[in-house]
Design a protein around this ligand. Structure first.
Ligand SMILES: O=C(O)CCC(=O)C(=O)O
Ligand SMILES: [Fe+2]
Length: 259
């Protein structure tokens, strides 16, 4: 056995040559792993996510282009909303989000093929993932968008805080983040549109709080109530927003559409 190893080692031209092969291969592996672990590693083109029941109008697309944000109400029927809410409530894998105390919600990532995702929630996800295709059909330049298979389900409880003012797209460069982190954040850096579908029941902003507060281009902020069945679409790189503290449980399903 010892002889075998001696002979094998003698056949290797030099350790330097070995290192020259192994180190770049290891680095390439790490970088590939960093990229494929992102939400866009297996994202689909917008057209592949077409969802016929979602009807957005030309006026919706025009408002999004002009203002950077559009609100569309009642995209779910009362029955669909109730089913999605029920499914969201039975999911048992929420964990606290936010490492720096900037947000008080618990989140879980859901995909259409997850075993614990019920038909109601799956329907809501299909609708949300159909947003870029529905926009592209109305003239919004979204055909190049890619849609992650996973959506974020976020729950803010009545006792917790909201989410501080922020932008959904990260604009830090490779020199600030380092190559590995820069690759890991590919989806976060490439976010084009944020699409949120609220799954709340009988929400009253004066009573329950929890508004989505938005700042666009230095103008006065305005509040959007998280009404059940309401879809909010905005430019992830342009609309600063915050979630105000809620006094009732607040549930939102979000997908970030990438370039
Ligand atoms: O739930 C909302 O209204 C917005 C949440 C949010 O800003 C986020 O998850 O990035
Ligand atoms: Fe956000």
């Amino acid at each position: 056995m010892a002889r075998f190893w001696r002979q094998t080692l003698r056949r290797i031209p030099s350790w330097d040559a070995c290192l020259a092969l192994v180190v770049p291969a290891g680095c390439a592996g790490m970088l590939a792993e960093a990229y494929t672990r992102t939400a866009i590693g297996d994202a689909e083109p917008a057209a592949a996510c077409a969802f016929a029941p979602l009807a957005l109008s030309a006026a919706n697309a025009e408002t999004l282009t002009r203002r950077g944000l559009v609100v569309v109400d009642d995209v779910l029927s009362a029955g669909e909303l109730a089913a999605a809410r029920r499914d969201a409530a039975t999911l048992a894998r929420f964990s606290p989000a936010g490492d720096h105390g900037e947000r008080g919600d618990s989140v879980c990532w859901v995909r259409g093929d997850d075993d614990d995702v019920g038909a109601g929630l799956r329907q809501a996800m299909r609708l949300l993932r159909g947003v870029p295709d529905a926009l592209a059909r109305r003239g919004y330049e979204a055909s190049h968008h890619r849609v992650p298979r996973q959506c974020q389900l976020a729950r803010y409880t009545s006792r917790g805080k909201g989410y501080d003012r922020h932008l959904d797209r990260c604009s830090l460069g490779v020199e600030e983040l380092g190559l590995l982190e820069w690759l890991r954040l590919s989806d976060y850096r490439g976010r084009a549109l944020t699409a949120i579908l609220y799954l709340n029941d009988d929400w009253q902003i004066q009573r329950d709080g929890g508004a989505l507060r938005c700042w666009i281009g230095g103008r006065e902020p305005f509040d959007v109530a998280p009404l059940g069945g309401r879809l909010v679409i905005f430019d992830s790189g342009a609309v600063e927003h915050a979630v105000l503290a809620a006094s009732a449980d607040r549930v939102a399903l979000t997908v970030w559409i990438n370039t």
